[in-house]
Design a protein around this ligand. Structure first.
Ligand SMILES: *Cc1c(COP(=O)(O)O)cnc(C)c1O
Length: 232
């Protein structure tokens, strides 16, 4: 299967799922997760009319950003080490994985120097999974309030990676909980736009479930680009 036909199939599946639960397919953005895949593969996606990508590794993402035309937009979806805040502030249309104040403050400092604003999501460890990054659900409000004081950062919503589960439909409860948390925080007017809170959740295995539970951004890699090459 080609990248173009995989993309067409995923977009069709997104649209069908959205309509089946009474949502507008336009309200769901597809982030094509291209980590460890080649620039040529990304260009193939662009030739098929897809321009939004997700990357996990700063160095790889910055290299790709430099090679791709300006039409390409990259969401950073990997862990951001504090010493990589400068690069993270400069090269991406969104950083989905802010999970601590120190990082946000560091991003803000670099954004001031660059005279730039940055859209972010807060990564929430919604399943309280000890192996995962992300702010604890009960600490999310405090982090949002702290970040609201940083003038160059706009918090558009929440992102999560649920714990791995062997159970059928195991991710659904976590997706639902992320949506409920988003609704609670929006009711307190803590986001940049409280009428359009972004929820980034769902990957190849479970993006349709995530859409049923309210995802506005799904992050799909394998189903578009195939298996990832191993880490070097
Ligand atoms: C790799 C990755 C994805 C894509 O996963 P697939 O199973 O290949 O679709 C999505 N989100 C994050 C945060 C990832 O690291």
């Amino acid at each position: 299967m080609s990248i173009a036909s995989n993309l067409a199939e995923i977009k069709d599946s997104i649209a069908k799922t959205a309509r089946s639960c009474g949502r507008d397919p336009q309200d769901i953005k597809l982030v094509a997760v291209s980590k460890r895949h080649s620039i040529a593969a990304m260009q193939e996606a662009m030739e098929a009319g897809h321009f939004l990508f997700g990357e996990n590794y700063i160095q790889e993402a910055v290299l790709k950003r430099a090679e791709l035309s300006r039409e390409a937009k990259i969401h950073f979806i990997g862990h951001v080490q504090s010493n990589k805040a400068k690069q993270a502030s400069e090269h991406f249309s969104m950083v989905e994985t802010v999970d601590r104040y120190k990082l946000a403050r560091s991003l803000n400092k670099h954004l001031e120097r660059l005279d730039r604003t940055l859209n972010i999501l807060l990564q929430v460890n919604i399943g309280n999974d000890p192996g995962k990054s992300g702010v604890a659900p009960e600490k999310t409000e405090e982090l949002l309030r702290d970040i609201a004081g940083l003038s160059r950062i706009r918090t558009l919503g929440l992102m999560t990676i649920p714990p791995k589960s062997q159970e059928h439909d195991g991710a659904r409860i976590h997706f639902r909980n992320l949506r409920l948390l988003g609704e609670e925080l929006a009711a307190r007017e803590l986001f940049f736009d409280n009428n359009a809170v972004e929820l980034s959740m769902g990957m190849t295995q479970d993006f349709t479930t995530a859409i049923e539970e309210g995802a506005t951004i799904v992050r799909v890699g394998t189903a578009i680009f195939g298996m990832r090459p191993p880490l070097p």
